[in-house]
Design a protein. Structure first.
Length: 415
């Protein structure tokens, strides 16, 4: 070996600065492990939070849907959030419906590591647990549903039938009848069909002769109120093409009238689902007409007038809600409307919404493939921005009704 090289080696060996390099090299190993532990532990905490969120959502969905075995629904929800092939491997998903009505969900999973693999740790176990319970407050709901001609397009009426049916199923928890839930349905277009068996609510002059079941607005004093017929009766037009001149003449102009009459509050799931399956799509739009009859369906002043089943005895405990769904804007026809402009019809709706809210009724609104103008109007009608649902697609409409049903079912996380 050349003398110069030997000299350099000896100098390096005697130099104390050379001792730092191996120490640094040795220190890099625990530093890397510590960094890997921090990174992987942080990822595990994030996954656990996501797992807890998914468990809460799945338990709430299972509770809203009802039934004795929530396992399959909970598993679908969890698997949708943590699809196979990712960094999270599900070990166990358990759901149990307790006798007290609570639903418990337990989820265990493993999170793939990154740097901790260097010391042979390939996965970190995580778990989440939740329990939800349902409140037992009695509930009365009026579904005020737009069945105008535009609902016949693009599968919209079918989407409405499915959405409304899902709401009924969720609130009834899969049962045939309910002790605490009552739901009524108000199909509307330009008018609301209250049923021809309610002729005694009409002015005496309009009680004889043909009539299609749709009354007209009352005087300004009571038109936008829940005053019962005893306060003021309703005028009506006879059906087109029939005899009987009356005060309207032989051929009165006819506003559209839904062929399906109002379904009063019902506690029978099959009755509600059968009614929903028949929802039509015809006529033009007067949202305020639907709203006033939705209020009258729930009003204490109308109890018994609809010949509905006996309602809950402790009225102060009852939660009332109206769900107003539309796909359009108000349409006014000077030949037969009591207002002369769309602005007046819109103002009517906002007045009704305010008065229902003042009466303690929750007002939910749903716009379906609607214009920005309609969306803004219905948002103002709702109890709060959170009570308004914008649905630009059929699937969004179904989700909106499910969300409303989940809120009304009063599910809450208790553990």
């Amino acid at each position: 070996m050349p003398a110069g090289v030997v000299t350099l080696i000896r100098r390096f060996g005697r130099d104390p600065r050379g001792a730092v390099a191996p120490l640094v090299a040795l220190a890099l190993i625990p530093l890397a492990l510590a960094a890997g532990l921090a990174i992987d532990a942080g990822r595990a905490l994030l996954v656990r939070a996501e797992l807890a969120r998914a468990a809460d959502s799945a338990a709430l969905a299972a509770g809203a849907r009802g039934g004795d075995d929530p396992s399959s629904l909970v598993l679908r929800f969890i698997e949708a959030d943590f699809a196979a092939g990712g960094d999270v491997r599900l070990d166990e998903v358990r759901a149990l419906a307790r006798p007290d009505g609570r639903i418990g969900v337990l989820v265990r999973a493993r999170v793939a590591t990154t740097l901790m693999r260097l010391v042979g740790v390939d996965e970190v176990p995580v778990s989440a647990r939740t329990v939800v319970a349902r409140a037992t407050r009695p509930l009365e709901v009026a579904l005020v549903l737009d069945v105008t001609g535009s609902m016949g397009c693009c599968g919209k009426i079918e989407a409405l039938r499915r959405a409304a049916s899902d709401l009924v199923d969720i609130l009834f928890e899969g049962r045939g009848v309910s002790d605490i839930v009552r739901i009524g349905i108000v199909p509307f277009n330009a008018r609301v069909n209250i049923g021809i068996d309610h002729r005694d609510w009409l002015l005496p002059r309009d009680r004889s002769g043909p009539w299609n079941g749709c009354p007209e607005a009352r005087s300004n004093a009571t038109a936008l109120t829940d005053a019962p017929p005893a306060v003021e009766l309703f005028p009506a037009r006879p059906a087109r093409g029939r005899s009987g001149r009356g005060s309207w003449g032989s051929q009165p102009p006819q506003p559209p009238c839904p062929p399906l009459a109002v379904l009063p509050l019902s506690f029978t799931r099959a009755e509600l689902l059968s009614f929903i399956a028949l929802l039509p799509a015809t006529g033009t739009t007067r949202i305020d007409m639907g709203a006033r009859w939705g209020w009258r369906l729930l009003s204490e002043k109308w109890m018994g007038l609809w010949h509905e089943p006996v309602r809950h005895g402790r009225r102060e405990e009852v939660l009332k809600a109206v769900v107003i769904m539309t796909d359009g804007e108000n349409v006014v026809n000077g030949a037969y409307d009591e207002v002369s402009s769309v602005a007046e019809a819109d103002a009517n709706l906002l007045t009704l919404c305010t008065r229902m809210k003042d009466d303690g009724i929750l007002v939910y609104t749903v716009t379906f493939m609607a214009t920005a103008r309609s969306d803004a109007l219905m948002a103002r009608c709702a109890t709060s921005p959170a009570h308004h649902f914008r649905s630009p697609t059929n699937a969004d409409l179904v989700r909106a009704f499910r969300s409303i049903a989940g809120e009304l079912s009063a599910l809450r996380i208790v553990e």
